[in-house]
Unconditional design. Structure first.
Length: 257
């Protein structure tokens, strides 16, 4: 249960991301220490999700812990990595063909929703636990879908979109972004039968934590913790919106005779 995994592909990916970020930061003039800090926290989150006993428990014992892993990969690491990009760094990235098109608000919503729902369908979910290459693909798509979903929410990345959403539109976008995960979470919470055959036959770490209870906890994890970073982003957008309107009101009051 406490076994620490060692996956060469994970470490290769983390090193590639680190070097890519360092190279990109060296090419622009607006990269700051905070960008390296945020990006580093994103990489640490990926490492924690994939290269600690959390991965061992999720792969062999508990669906609820597996859901914690999915939340870290899809909802925590992506916004941290995006916060690690300055405006000019984003300007370099969107030159890559396809990046701008896939991170526009509508495609981003579709990608995130399809990835969330598809991988949690019982046939695919069980298949990933039986096939390591498919499991790796699942993790990569969760990270990619998270990046796409959060791209229109954050200031530096959204500034490069063709569709410049107003603060109100961004808040609506965030609300819509919660719907696919809520659908999956509610199905897991209220089902009276276990969806995933793999975890029905998995060893019980805690005898009282039956497969059905474990599945219910997994849904609750997705419902609550999956929303946390979206709520933080929504608060930031609302605060900037309120502050901007307040400054405009002050300027108008000063300009009046």
């Amino acid at each position: 249960m406490s076994e620490w995994p060692f996956d060469v592909s994970v470490y290769a990916g983390l090193i590639a991301l680190f070097l890519g970020h360092a190279w990109l930061a060296g090419r622009v003039s607006d990269a700051r220490r905070k960008h390296s800090l945020y990006f580093g926290l994103g990489l640490v989150t990926l490492w924690f999700a994939l290269e600690t006993p959390l991965d061992t428990i999720s792969d062999h014992y508990l669906d609820s812990v597996h859901m914690v892993q999915h939340v870290l990969l899809g909802f925590v690491a992506p916004p941290l990595m995006l916060l690690g990009l300055s405006s000019r760094m984003v300007g370099q990235i969107v030159r890559v063909p396809g990046v701008r098109a896939l991170t526009e608000p509508v495609p981003a919503q579709v990608i995130a929703g399809v990835v969330m729902i598809a991988w949690h369908l019982p046939p695919l979910y069980d298949a990933t636990l039986a096939s390591e290459p498919l499991h790796i693909l699942e993790h990569v798509t969760f990270i990619g879908a998270g990046v796409a979903m959060y791209w229109p929410m954050l200031e530096a990345t959204s500034a490069h979109a063709y569709w410049q959403m107003s603060p109100g539109a961004k808040l609506l976008y965030m609300l819509l972004a919660t719907l696919p995960q809520d659908g999956v979470a509610l199905a897991l919470i209220f089902s009276r039968v276990p969806f995933y055959d793999y975890y029905v036959h998995a060893p019980r770490l805690i005898p009282s934590l039956t497969p059905l209870i474990d599945q219910t906890v997994a849904g609750a994890v997705l419902m609550t913790f999956g929303k946390a970073t979206i709520v933080v982003a929504a608060i930031a957008v609302f605060y900037r919106w309120f502050a901007s309107d307040h400054r405009a009101d002050q300027a108008h009051a000063i300009a009046r005779p």
